[in-house]
Ligand binder design. Sequence first.
Ligand SMILES: N[C@@H](CCC[C@H](N)C(=O)O)C(=O)O
Length: 257
Amino acid sequence: MVLEFFKYQGTGNDFVVVDNRLDFFPKDDLKLISKLCDRRFGIGGDGLILLENDIASDFRMVYYNADGSKSMCGNGGRCAVAFAHYLGIIGTETTFNAIDGLHFATLEGDIVNLKMNNVTDIKEKPAYSFLDTGSPHHVQLVENLERLNVKIEGAKLRYGIYGKSGSNINFVEPAEDQSFNVRTYERGVEDETLSCGTGVTAVAIAMHKQGKTASNQVDINTPGGKLAISFEQQNGSYTDIYLKGPAKQVFKGDVVC
Ligand SMILES: N[C@@H](CCC[C@H](N)C(=O)O)C(=O)O
């Protein structure tokens, strides 16, 4: 099979993107998904996104991690919106379906502002917070973030605390200008990625809940670039959560598989 694909990145979180509106992609073939995401034997990416038709909304995003497991992806969602706009399916605003339900988003140039689901349940432990922003996230404050071996320390927590199903692990350090520096170990990639959208959303909410910021607009610096998170908070629940940042097409091509 010759597969037409597109490559997108959102703050360095990179994805193989396929227009699957004709429903031809062999979704059960997890080996193929891993191979397409392999940086040596395939195209390379942290995940694969299929854009599909949806009865309830403008389109459906089906997201796979590089190992073929499924989840919600914030940066992937932003890239899917940019791709839908490129295909002419949407204008500058949209509602689309994903594994965690409907998402509203707006687009201004290559900046996509994506609405995330409400967060009500935040587990606070002495050393970390745990919350689900579409995918599960462990948020832990550290010192000397720059020098941390995120792959090794992330894997220890991912398997040590959360077992087989796992969690994404976010390491956070407050920056001087009220923003936060974040590095993330992603389950399903089993490595550090340059940015994680659901991860930085979890960090912004956890930092607010812990009183590390009083603002409901939080800027986050990742190794792949800057993202902005805004939200409302009432009685411990976080609503109207938006994740904002760039989503760009990098290249397109055909792959024999
Ligand atoms: N990079 C993503 C998160 C992708 C899913 C995650 N690895 C999981 O399995 O939970 C993002 O931008 O949110």
